[in-house]
Design a protein around this ligand. Sequence first.
Ligand code: DGL
Length: 281
Amino acid sequence: MQATPDGPIGLFDSGVGGLTVARAVAQRLPHRQLLYFGDTAHLPYGDKSPEAIQSYSIAIADYLLAHGAVAIVVACNTASAVAWDALRAHVPAHIPIINVIDPVVAAVAQTYRSQTTPPNVGVIGTRGTIGSGIYPARINAAGVPGTVHALATPLLVPIIEEGLAHSEILRATLHHYLAQPELQGINTLIPGCTHYPLLTDEIRAFFAERNTPITLIDAPSVVANAVANALEPDRPAPTATAQSPQTPHAPHRFFVSDYTPTFERIAQQFFGDVVTLELAH
Ligand code: DGL
């Protein structure tokens, strides 16, 4: 596969959730500049119509391309679920686009093929993602048999966006969802929303308290590897001991369609570094 020109990678989400993916991409491809767009004026996407999300996604892709992006990462499960076809049809064919669903499905299928215990897969996400039925359809199409247990968990995003990812209210809400009959008996869980990696510790604690072994898919890393494979297939992954020498890149840029100081504070938490938000014009 031919490498993509060494320009900035554009990523977008409805808000700050996609920064969990941006952070993993920045670690995997540390020499690349990132252009991130959080569509905070239209957050949340999870309860919007597919038509609305398609039109927001196309406008954002155009914005990122106009700012020099050489590839687009749809760092939002909801947009990946309902706007993918529209985006792929709209964006010029030579621009690689990566969504956050296909790499995760491929990772689950690969785990399934390498294990003797069949996976009993659960997925949590927004109403839009779960309602689209995309995860069960894609996982079964990838050759993993059985029912995929899918549950919409719409209260999690507003709580996380409120900066309460590590609060009692989050824990109570998460426990309420994870205890639902739909998710009983699962041994693999897909966090099917880019906000949810922030809940990794709480999710692990929930299953540990119940002595239930669970494989929690590290979706941001899986997606970051897919981005690296699509853009720079020959570049080895940086290791903790031997980081590849860093070529300086232009500072990452973080655009939002609506600015509030709260978004900026939460964005730092998601990205794990200083983030200065720019209001998109
Ligand atoms: N982070 C997004 C996702 O992965 C969407 C959250 C929302 O806006 O509802 O689906």
